[in-house]
Design a protein around this ligand. Structure first.
Ligand SMILES: Cc1cc2nc3c(=O)[nH]c(=O)nc-3n(C[C@H](O)[C@H](O)[C@H](O)COP(=O)(O)OP(=O)(O)OC[C@H]3O[C@@H](n4cnc5c(N)ncnc54)[C@H](O)[C@@H]3O)c2cc1C
Length: 400
């Protein structure tokens, strides 16, 4: 314990002395998130020095092993670091699918060479990754992927199409599922590949969506050469890797949309502030009984879920690998976020009906887009129906 307090004191004084003053107070600013890579714009001028100084200590992903550039911190030390960052309301120096999805998967399945090559680049934010799983005929039925990879010397030649590739246009590398065997059960003929988006024959086409700006892309592969040493695990051993990565993805989605928005973490609860503004107070209470009850229920649900995902995240930091039980977090967290956004619409009332223009304030124009975006929560990373199937079969052991 004394060690932990010493550690806290040293973190505190280092942050006080070094963390850019311009970023303090921006912990909850969604625009402050930096996704890394060569194509992503820096949110703020100080975001790069902030990333570099944290990466040098391995503190962009503090609990990853020191030998690959991580911080090598225990889960308790990681917690202390996060508390100290929160004290100064500093934004995380780096976010993205490298940290949340492919990094842990490379640590689990990568060769020593792959770990030494990719993990330090992820920690320093040098490459941004996208996920090439879904195809026009492979969403819920993911094992049906048809993008094919055929061996040619030391390379695979890849042909096919991916869809719903979030941030495909801003990413440097893609982790993808390809078919390498047609003669066996679908799952047994899949290989997990890492590919450079700059490779000749990769074409990225952005997709436009109902919620305005869209991160989605289609990615086309025409005779793209991918070196065979960029396989994760072994040829035709991709399904196991794909499922392990989905465990990390579902944890990330539950944390992002369900677990992080609790009132206790922010100085002012945005839902309460909105209710005071748009509904008003009567006898010191929100002046609408039904809304007040929904808000209370929402706070209870958020708070309990936050504590649960925090426990789960602590276990992952201590080396636990997320399994099928992660689907429970994914279903609950995403449905919680949808309820939260529906409630926000009820609170804003007619003030959330704007889409653009001068008649509405910024948060009023943002809300309908956030609400529409939340519709995708119960689809991305595998729909709720698919999660319920997983829970039924793999957690509860129910028959088909
Ligand atoms: C916001 C967002 C981001 C995404 N980002 C990425 C990304 O970066 N990379 C990527 O590869 N993919 C991405 N996806 C795609 C996502 O993985 C798929 O949308 C998802 O797996 C569902 O597949 P589908 O869209 O083809 O729907 P379908 O599989 O066609 O399903 C349609 C409906 O049928 C239901 N259904 C299907 N099969 C069953 C069944 N067996 N039992 C019960 N119900 C069933 C589904 O639950 C769903 O409601 C993203 C999706 C969203 C919404």
């Amino acid at each position: 314990m004394a060690d932990l307090e010493e550690f806290r004191a040293s973190v505190r004084s280092w942050l006080e002395a070094n963390a850019p003053k311009s970023l303090r107070g921006k912990m909850r600013d969604p625009a402050a998130a930096f996704w890394g890579g060569k194509k992503t714009k820096l949110p703020y001028p100080d975001s790069k020095p902030w990333l570099d100084m944290m990466a040098e200590r391995g503190w962009t992903i503090p609990f990853w092993p020191k030998e690959y550039g991580g911080g090598g911190l225990s889960k308790e030390e990681t917690k202390v670091l996060n508390e100290e960052l929160a004290r100064l309301e500093l934004p995380p120096p780096l976010t993205g699918f490298g940290i949340t999805m492919i990094g842990p998967t490379i640590l689990q399945y990568g060769t020593e060479e792959q770990k030494k090559l990719y993990i330090p680049q992820i920690i320093k934010g040098e490459i941004r990754w996208c996920q090439g799983y879904s195809e026009p005929n492979a969403g819920s039925d993911l094992a049906n992927i048809q993008t094919k990879a055929v061996v040619d010397g030391d390379d695979y030649i890849v042909n096919g199409q991916k869809i719903w590739t979030s941030f495909g246009d801003l990413s440097d590398w893609i982790f993808m599922l390809v078919r390498t065997n047609w003669e066996v059960k679908k799952q047994a003929g899949i290989t997990f590949l890492l590919a450079d988006m700059e490779s000749k024959g990769v074409e990225v086409r952005p997709i436009k969506l109902i919620s305005g700006a869209s991160p989605f892309c289609e990615v086309f592969f025409e005779d793209v050469r991918v070196p065979r040493h960029q396989i994760l695990n072994r040829e035709n051993g991709g399904w196991e890797v794909a499922r392990a990565l989905l465990g990390h993805e579902r944890t990330m989605i539950a944390n992002t949309f369900g677990g992080r928005q609790s009132s206790t973490e922010t100085k002012e609860n945005p839902m309460e502030a909105a209710a005071k503004k748009y509904i008003g107070l009567q006898d010191g209470k929100i002046a609408d009984d039904a809304i007040r009850q929904r808000m209370a229920q929402n706070q209870i649900d958020e708070q309990s879920f936050l504590l649960t995902v925090q426990r789960n995240s602590d276990n992952i930091k201590a080396g636990h690998r997320p399994g099928p039980e992660t689907s429970i977090f994914k279903v609950y967290g995403t449905e919680l976020n949808q309820r939260r956004q529906e409630l926000m619409l009820s609170i804003f009332g007619p003030e959330c009906l704007g889409w653009e223009g001068d008649g509405f304030e910024k948060n009023e124009l943002d809300l309908p887009k956030v609400w529409l975006r939340s519709r995708g929560n119960t689809l991305e990373g595998g729909s709720s129906e698919i999660q319920l199937n997983i829970i039924a079969k793999q957690v509860l052991g129910l028959p088909d």
